[in-house]
Ligand binder design. Structure first.
Ligand SMILES: [Fe+2]
Length: 397
């Protein structure tokens, strides 16, 4: 495809943290990186599933045989970062006299760990008042050393400044940002081979959603386009392979790189209507984030296509569609079909019906309202009214 006449804002900024290290076996470098950052006593943050699967131990073993001290493993992290869990983690860090952290896990672990480090840097014991401020940029200072080790190829949380926190009582997902995210993102595909096919599939769709929404977003820029479009190429090629052949290091490695690229893309360009509607579904019906995105993605793309057809044409091209003889709107529709085909290839057939979401205009009202107030709505390329959000939900049954 010849590069189309893409317009972008005449002003944009781009933040570039953290340092990224990629290699099968990269976990052997964690201790060195921590020492370089001044860490001597490291606390590990992970979850019970990763301990049971032996993945946490793959990292812990490297740390034990190194010249930093592993002072404890906090494996109590639950699905979706939560205030109480963040406070507990910070207490653990302090009680073990840690001076640095390594986070080993998927998005929930990495987001919780980022929040714990902010609380440690702040010196307080309760994350609640910080969560309420949402943007923690004013006067922010560097935080203690932090290495993020993703075990899913999905959220990109290892490179973003955002933390999504579930307020279980209020049933809302809050978004908090702090300029000092992890210092190092350690990409080791060997840590992702035990991930079950289903989770591989929907976390991969989260990464794809970051890339597509980042490219189509009102916050898009040429830098984000470069990252997002290459992430899309890699995901369309390697996600089906990673689902079919879990031990294929080439597929796992490329997926990990793709999710990091997509994370860098949306970390700056932000997302849009898919994430807004998915956050509300997660808060009200507990639908895992990647799966909620996978359900909503084709519907929101179809809704947006006419607003930015050239951008969706680039998405179609990156997805492997031959768009040469198509007009931009046709190509944008082809991008939607390509996403639907990818979903069926990786076995994601779920609709909102599978999660007992009521197919009822009245009962959906509260979820529509929550999605409409989500911070990501304003980055959607087409203006989203509450009625549009309702129709998007109704089309996803
Ligand atoms: Fe996401």
């Amino acid at each position: 495809m010849k590069y189309p006449d893409i317009e972008f804002e005449s002003f944009f900024t781009w933040s570039n943290r953290p340092r990224i290290i990629y290699s099968p076996g990269a976990r052997a470098e964690i201790a060195y990186e921590l020492r370089e950052l001044g860490g001597r006593r490291v606390a590990m943050f992970t979850d019970k599933g990763l301990v049971e699967a032996g993945v946490a131990e793959m990292v812990a073993a490297e740390l034990r045989s190194s010249d930093v001290e592993l002072v404890g493993i906090f494996d109590n992290i639950v699905q979706d970062a939560r205030i109480g869990n963040i406070n507990e983690g910070a207490q653990f860090y302090r009680s073990r006299g840690a001076d640095s952290m390594v986070a080993v896990g998927g998005g929930s672990v990495m987001d919780t760990a980022k929040a714990i480090n902010i609380l440690i840097g702040d010196g307080g014991e309760d994350f609640q008042p910080l969560a309420e401020q949402a943007a923690l940029w004013e006067g922010a200072t560097p935080l203690p050393p932090h290495v993020a080790v993703p075990t899913t190829a999905g959220t990109g949380s290892e490179v973003t400044t955002a933390i999504v926190v579930l307020d279980a009582k209020a049933r809302v997902k809050l978004q908090i940002t702090h300029p000092y995210n992890a210092d190092v993102a350690m990409l080791d595909p060997e840590l992702t081979v035990k991930l079950p096919a289903k989770i591989t599939a929907f976390t991969g769709m989260d990464a794809l959603t970051h890339a597509i929404e980042g490219v189509a977003s009102t916050g898009a820029s040429p830098i984000g386009d470069a990252l997002g479009l290459h992430a899309i190429r890699l995901i369309f090629k390697y996600l089906p392979m990673a689902v079919r052949e879990p031990h294929d290091i080439e597929a796992r490695g490329n997926m990990l790189i793709a999710s990091t690229l997509a994370g860098m893309c949306f970390g700056n360009a932000m997302t849009g209507g898919v994430h807004a509607t998915a956050h509300a579904l997660g808060a009200h019906y507990g639908i895992p984030h990647g799966l909620a995105n996978a359900i909503m993605l084709p519907h929101v793309m179809r809704f947006n296509a006419e607003e930015r057809p050239l951008r969706y044409m680039m998405v179609a091209d990156a997805a492997g569609v031959n768009v040469n003889d198509m007009d931009p709107l046709e190509a944008a529709q082809a991008a939607v079909e390509a996403v639907k085909d990818l979903k069926s290839e990786i076995g994601l057939t779920e609709t909102l019906r599978d999660f007992k979401v009521p197919n009822d205009v009245e009962k959906l009202g509260e979820t529509v309202g929550l999605a409409a107030s989500d911070s990501q709505v304003s980055y959607n390329p087409r203006y989203l009214e509450e009625e549009d959000i309702l129709n998007l939900y109704l089309s996803a049954f």
